[in-house]
Design a protein around this ligand. Structure first.
Ligand code: DGL
Length: 266
């Protein structure tokens, strides 16, 4: 048993989808969440910069004395997997468990949506093709999703969101994908808008959920569970804005303080 917190970081609110999924699996864990809102969106940045930021985010979270760290960010997971893997604290990424789940349920063309940096890295596509040789993979970058989500525009009928969904997902629908990987943790927050456009039959493979299950299984198998269900939140953006939107996204108020921290220089 280990009652130190689980550390989670993302560029903003998206990683809350992973926090929520971890809570479903392990309600008693203590969690420290860092949303690097001031430097969002990560997906528009070049790979070299993202790798430096990944290291900074890991150091920032590790300094809080956590037992493990989830990079709840598809962009970091796909551009800096080696930075995560070689870190002295046990880390989890959202790439590997998501790719495994996509391969497990593959029964036709597979769509992948993620940030521009993630799609450019080719990591999701390569991972799926390795596990499912010959699979048809349709990968699309969706740069407008994260800024919309961070402004709270997640209502499936929101006109700007609907327009973005229609534009980005048109190639996925026209190739009749059977499943769709949500390779950015923010995208779980617009899953309903995506479902309305693609139809209920398309299976959504959410990076956050896959990563949460993998992390929970590891803690259980290694007898590392423990805590009192405490939460604390750190954001490099505005703490009040973060608190207000996190309440919407978690479906409840955050259980602990939300504190502003200065943005790190890249
Ligand atoms: N939520 C992150 C991801 O999974 C980052 C999105 C962004 O800031 O562009 O890719």
């Amino acid at each position: 048993m280990d009652d130190r917190a689980i550390g989670i970081f993302d560029s903003g609110l998206g990683g809350l989808t992973a926090l929520r999924a971890i809570r479903e699996e392990l309600p008693d864990e203590n969690i420290i969440y860092f949303g690097d809102t001031a430097r969002m969106p990560y997906g528009a940045r070049p790979a070299g910069m993202l790798r430096r930021m990944a290291r900074q985010d890991l150091d920032f979270v590790a300094a809080r004395g956590v037992k493990c760290i989830l990079a709840a960010c598809g962009t970091v997971s796909s551009t800096a997997p080696d930075v995560l893997a070689s870190y002295p604290v046990r880390t989890f990424n959202v790439l590997e468990p998501t790719v495994r789940e996509a391969a497990r349920c593959a029964d036709g063309p597979i769509g992948v949506i993620a940030t521009a940096a993630s799609i450019r890295s080719g990591a999701f596509q390569r991972g799926i093709e390795r596990l499912c040789p010959g699979a048809e993979v349709v990968a699309v970058a969706c740069p407008d999703f994260v800024p919309l989500i961070e402004r709270g525009r997640v209502d499936p009928e929101d006109p700007a969101l609907k327009a973005a969904v229609e534009e980005y997902l048109a190639p996925i629908r026209s190739r009749a994908a059977h499943s769709l990987v949500l390779g950015c943790t923010h995208y779980g927050l617009v899953a309903e808008a995506i479902r309305r456009f693609l139809g209920e039959d398309v299976k959504l493979v959410e990076a956050s959920r896959c990563a949460a299950r993998a992390l929970a299984a590891y803690l259980r198998e290694n007898d590392l569970c423990g805590g009192k269900g405490e939460e604390s939140f750190l954001t490099s953006g505005d703490a009040e804005d973060f608190r207000a939107l996190s309440t919407v996204f978690l479906g409840r108020a955050p259980r602990g303080e939300v504190c502003h921290v200065p943005a790190m220089e890249v």
